[in-house]
Design a protein around this ligand. Structure first.
Ligand SMILES: [Zn+2]
Ligand SMILES: [Zn+2]
Length: 269
């Protein structure tokens, strides 16, 4: 008889949560400092020059108000996320990887993280608009306050922050995590629940099963199933099968069968 088993713990060797925590920690710290600098510089300028600045270039003044507001609003979010990360880091040695991943999963799926992302996207869009306005140039009466130099300063700080962010991201890339780390975090947002992945039917390929799945191919890695492989059966209508390692990696990123697209969460319940 072939051996079929259920509820196998996931093998998390392909994920590296401590690296993820470190990455998030760097990003939020840099981002936090940037937000403080940007809002301080622009509020200070706007506080004493708003009227004059508005007469000089109302669009760039509006831009400065909006950009600094977005940066100011995300400060409390970053503090909260940083505190959560400090807590997660303190637990990483105590908990096993599974719980750390689960907590990271909850963090990147939380409304506070999503709000942070939304503000981030808004600031990228605003940056593009600001750059366009800066490049098109402006001149105004010398008696008026020109928002040009403050805007350039603020943009430079934000661009430098982006460059540091990219350096942090590329730094220490010897240790492979599934394709680069930020992607891993975003994958966690759409992945299946850990319990659902672990509850999938698992089959060890012995002689009996070798015949049943003889010419079957795992469509994730495109290799045929071999004797000794451990495969997983998804609860789709066609019961699609994949290597355990291949489908675990897939499902942590996406809650659906790679072949037919049906969700494993709904059918598993
Ligand atoms: Zn495979
Ligand atoms: Zn399927």
């Amino acid at each position: 008889m072939p051996t079929t088993t259920n509820s196998h713990p996931l093998d998390w060797k392909f994920l590296n949560p401590s690296k993820g925590l470190k990455y998030l920690y760097y990003q939020f710290t840099i981002s936090f400092i940037t937000s403080i600098c940007i809002s301080t510089i622009s509020f200070k300028y706007l506080y004493s020059n708003f009227g004059n600045s508005f007469l000089c270039d109302k669009y760039l003044t509006y831009w400065l108000v909006l950009f600094s507001l977005v940066k100011f609003c995300d400060i409390p979010l970053k503090v909260k996320l940083l505190l959560k990360l400090v807590y997660l880091s303190s637990r990483i040695k105590v908990d096993d990887t599974r719980f750390t991943i689960k907590r990271l999963m909850n963090l990147v799926r939380s409304s506070i993280f999503k709000t942070f992302e939304l503000l981030n996207i808004s600031s990228y869009l605003l940056l593009i608009y600001g750059l366009v306005r800066i490049v098109s140039g402006n001149t105004c009466d010398e008696n008026l306050a020109n928002p040009y130099s403050t805007s350039v300063k603020v943009m430079m700080i934000f661009i430098i922050r982006l460059i540091i962010g990219i350096i942090v991201l590329k730094f220490d890339d010897n240790e492979p995590v599934i394709r680069g780390f930020p992607e891993f975090l975003y994958f966690l947002q759409d992945g299946a629940e850990i319990e659902d992945i672990e509850n999938l039917q698992e089959i060890s390929m012995n002689d009996d099963f070798k015949n049943q799945y003889k010419n079957d191919v795992c469509s994730v890695c495109t290799f045929e199933f071999q004797e000794g492989d451990v495969i997983k059966v998804l609860p789709c209508y066609e019961s699609h099968t994949f290597h355990k390692d291949c489908i675990d990696r897939w499902l942590i990123q996406k809650d659906s069968c790679p072949l037919c697209g049906s969700s494993i969460a709904k059918k598993n319940k």
